[in-house]
Design a protein around this ligand. Structure first.
Ligand code: KG4
Ligand code: ZN
Length: 406
């Protein structure tokens, strides 16, 4: 079946079209169309994501990327989807106000036949509510106009499903088939993103229990905040990662020392706010500030980045090992934007080698950060679990704090 998926929970506007087949035990996916516009450069100026700005940008991007995906997938040619410039502008305004959307979208798509799509999947949370609403309103409009069933998907379940698509290289070439990477249950998922740090026990598809989580900042958030203190742009993860790698390659002396928060707490929870504060105190005690900018050399920044990354890795590994023991998991899934980090990937690949019989499943770097492909795959898994799910379309609302549970 063909699934059109829409993701607008944070600062990426993404739409994809996937072909899905098989059952829960061995699903197979191929990507037919995929388009994503990142708002990173827009939010960069502010050092974080602004919900109303994110909403406006999603509204602007959704129709063009849908068109892009439909053309990529050869469902339509450029000439078939003719949209006058004025109409695009109007759609943008209407989407951001969420009024009269159906009528407006009708005007755009009334002259083209409904595409042969079997299901629409849209992220309904967790995330920024205004941003989520734009994607949901858009999905509902398409559902009405094209009469295609619609289901909602939990963004974190999307991240879990990101490991179902695995190739060693990027997925730039479309129409390639991605074979399932079988998951053996019970499984454990370590979800590490900009908004979440969770350990999830998965007894089976759809049966999730959060057995550990952060008490304050998420890992990705800590990367972003520390990067900001060091004067690096948003998102901070890739920047810290580059600097830490430079410190290791240049064998810079290890001067900075930070704690490994909650590593001996005998539970599965995390805390990264203290680690961030340690970096702040270290900067305050060792470097001067001029015009709100820390006066620090690249080498000192790199030393801090390396020690910060090492601290994060030590804690993530220790807690994951404890959770693996507690759950007897056979598969370890690690997902979310932070697993794009090279050193963290290597640390867990090393761990897999030391733990007999454990299967590690991590997504490609490009599948680790937010995308719509993972939402389409999670939608398919939900449908396999419960074919009646599509009957509940009208009740879909944005839930900023949506939890993973069964
Ligand atoms: O999953 P994601 O794309 O969005 C959320 O659902 O939050 O994760 C974004 C987070 C950001 O905090 C970003 O700094 C972090 O993932 N990130 C990284 C790396 N690439 C992205 N953190 C560490 N190292 C990276 N290479
Ligand atoms: Zn995410």
């Amino acid at each position: 079946m063909k699934i059109l998926s829409i993701e607008t929970s944070c600062d990426e506007t993404a739409i994809s079209l996937i072909e899905a087949s098989g059952d829960l035990e061995s699903p197979t996916f191929s990507v037919i169309g995929n388009s994503l516009i990142s708002q990173i450069n827009i939010h960069n100026e502010y050092g974080g994501v602004f919900p109303m700005l994110a909403k406006r940008e999603h509204a602007k991007n959704l129709v063009p990327i849908l068109k892009d995906v439909l053309i990529q997938s050869k469902m339509f040619t450029e000439g078939e989807i003719k949209i006058e410039k004025d109409l695009w502008n109007e759609i943008e305004i209407i989407l951001s106000k969420e009024e009269g959307l159906y009528k407006m979208m009708m005007d755009v798509f009334k002259n083209i036949e409904s595409p042969k799509i079997d299901l629409i999947a849209v992220t309904n949370g967790p995330g920024l509510a205004p941003a989520l609403w734009v994607g949901i309103s858009f999905a509902k409009a398409l559902q009405k106009i094209w009469n295609i069933p619609l289901i909602s998907v939990n963004h974190m379940e999307g991240h879990i499903c990101s490991v179902l698509l695995n190739r060693t290289d990027e997925f730039k070439i479309l129409n390639l088939e991605f074979k399932n990477n079988s998951i053996n249950f019970p499984a454990l998922a370590l979800l590490i993103s900009g908004g979440h740090t969770e350990l999830v026990e998965i007894k089976n598809w759809g049966d999730y229990k959060i057995i550990g989580e952060t008490k304050d900042d998420a890992v990705g958030e800590a990367f972003d905040k520390v990067a900001r203190m060091l004067g690096l742009p948003y998102p901070g993860g890739p920047e810290i990662s580059k600097l830490a790698e430079y410190a290791r390659e240049s064998k810079l002396p290890a001067t900075a020392k930070f704690p490994r928060p909650m590593i001996h707490s005998h539970d599965l929870n995390f805390s990264f706010s203290g680690l961030k504060t340690s970096v702040l105190y270290y900067l305050r005690d060792n470097f001067s500030v001029l015009d709100e900018k820390v006066q620090i050399t690249k080498d000192n920044c790199a030393d801090i980045a390396r020690e910060f990354e090492d601290s994060v890795i030590d804690v993530l590994k220790a807690k994951t090992i404890e959770a693996l023991e507690e759950t007897n998991a056979k598969t370890l899934i690690i997902a979310g934007g932070v697993i794009a980090n090279k050193k963290i990937r290597e640390a867990f690949l090393d761990l897999e080698k030391t733990l007999n019989g454990l299967k590690l499943r991590i997504p490609n770097s490009s599948m680790a950060t937010d995308n719509a492909i993972m939402i389409g795959m999670a939608g398919y898994m939900r449908l396999c679990l419960n074919p009646k799910i599509v009957e509940k379309t009208d009740r879909i609302t944005a839930e900023g704090n949506l939890k993973l549970c069964h």
